[in-house]
Design a protein around this ligand. Structure first.
Ligand SMILES: *Cc1c(COP(=O)(O)O)cnc(C)c1O
Length: 447
């Protein structure tokens, strides 16, 4: 697999290099030049396999030549040791619950695979690495858990102090060991900007920093697998399927775009966002402007005013967008709008959906999943398209007890993994959103 940068100024690299370095040296994002295309026979042969086997067989084609099959098989089975339920709402609507991993977030799918792949390459080369990651909540905990206890990898997690829930915070701050947590006096976008600046800083080059955000291609590729999985379980080739994806940085949705490119018959990708509506506005008008600061919504893991994966999406549809959000070349908006429908959902609508699903179906969802459902309902209302649709539940309702409680008056029972952190001691550093302060912290911590 060869990968190129969306800014087109950096050399092509191997999968290993893209995985270990994260961001390209020209500040662009890596994308694979070629992806395999899976035939009907190949897809159909996987229909009755369990999730880890499907992941292993697809990844062994996608990463052909990058990792030996026995190692890949071990990694895949170890990473995916939990359920992926497909919950029926009605005959045309399913919820794929991606909330059964160790941190009860869909981000476990990517983080666990990426951590193990990094470990594989670092061991082979006898190297050390520090992962620097900005999070609006769920990435940090998923990444921290995925890397916890690995000898040659340190993790530093930055989160906006006031934008994460207590449970989210505790999942990052109670690990200690090779995991450090920083509570930042700022927004998620500030955290992300500091991380990006550190990566580009020549003074810090010797620290061997890498990213685990959705900018890392090692996270995107595993996020394409569950789109194959739900398709295989619910449809017969060549029937089509629709996915609705609650989106913030658009990494999850990029996984769906990749799955479509690799042969899954996806009729429409619904990219559903909260009140941070810069992407639906861009799709509708062709004008892109970031939202600064990002708007605070109850689906807080999606409070993103400038999605880092947008440059990838623009590239895939034939355009060019730099890291500041400036478009050098417009993508083909007709094809883009034909493949993807993006809609913005208010907090009020989100809460109403949480309530409606509990009252009408007895189904617990949390605000992010509710945004996905509302996106589907909006799409159906304008299109009259009743193709079977799967909407993604990206976190366990118990990760957002306040929001769920205020919608339905019931406190969802947390899974054991979340209960475990409640009473543990927290280890956390408080910093201002200031680059010099952050840089000094990194030097003290790592030099
Ligand atoms: C991160 C996150 C999202 C958004 O995913 P992106 O890949 O950033 O679009 C949605 N829901 C939850 C619960 C998340 O943690």
């Amino acid at each position: 697999m060869k990968l190129y940068s969306t800014n087109l100024k950096a050399d092509e690299v191997s999968f290993e290099t893209a995985l270990i370095t994260g961001l390209a040296p020209d500040k662009g994002l890596y994308l694979p030049k070629d992806l395999p295309h899976f035939s009907e026979e190949e897809l159909t042969s996987l229909k009755y396999e369990p999730y880890p086997e499907i992941a292993f067989r697809l990844l062994s084609r996608i990463l052909e030549g990058e990792i030996d099959e026995p190692s890949l098989k071990e990694i895949t089975y170890d990473a995916y040791d939990y359920d992926v339920p497909l919950e029926e709402v009605d005959e045309n609507t399913y919820i794929m619950r991606l909330d059964r991993g160790p941190t009860a977030s869909f981000k476990d799918f990517a983080a666990r695979m990426m951590a193990r792949l990094m470990q594989f390459y670092l061991k082979k080369e006898n190297k050390n690495l520090t992962i620097l990651t900005a999070t609006s909540g769920d990435t940090g905990s998923a990444v921290a858990h995925a890397f916890y206890g690995l000898d040659n990898i340190k993790v530093i997690v930055l989160f906006p102090e006031t934008e994460v829930s207590d449970r989210q915070r505790k999942q990052m701050t109670t690990l200690d060991g090779n995991i450090s947590a920083i509570a930042m006096d700022g927004k998620f976008d500030d955290c992300q900007a500091l991380v990006k600046q550190a990566f580009a800083d020549p003074d810090l080059k010797h620290l061997n920093l890498s990213s685990a955000n959705s900018i890392n291609i090692g996270r995107l590729i595993p996020q394409s697998i569950y789109y194959f999985y739900a398709y295989l379980k619910l449809r017969e080739f060549p029937e089509e399927i629709i996915y609705s994806i609650p989106s913030g940085n658009f990494g999850n949705m990029m996984g769906c775009v990749l799955a479509k490119k690799m042969g899954v018959p996806i009729k429409k990708i619904l990219a559903s966002v909260n009140e941070n509506d810069e992407v639906p506005v861009f799709f509708n008008t062709g004008e892109y402007s970031k939202i600064e600061p990002s708007r605070n919504c109850i689906s807080n893991a999606m409070n993103v005013g400038h999605p880092s994966n947008l440059a990838r999406l623009v590239t895939i549809y034939g355009g060019e967008m730099d890291e500041t959000g400036h478009i050098n070349k417009m993508p083909d908006m007709d094809i883009l709008n034909n493949d993807i429908f993006s809609t913005s959902v208010t907090d009020e609508e989100t809460t109403a959906i949480v309530r409606e699903f509990y009252d009408n179906y007895g189904i617990f969802i949390e605000p992010h999943g509710a945004v996905g459902i509302k996106g589907l309902l909006d799409y159906r209302a304008v299109s009259n398209d009743d193709t079977l649709a799967v909407t993604l539940e990206t976190a366990h309702p118990a990760k957002f007890p306040k929001e769920v409680m205020s919608a339905i008056g019931v406190d969802p029972e947390p899974p054991q993994t979340l209960k475990d952190v409640e009473s543990r001691e927290e280890f956390v550093e408080f910093l201002e959103a200031d680059y010099e302060q952050f840089k000094n912290y990194l030097k003290e911590k790592l030099d």
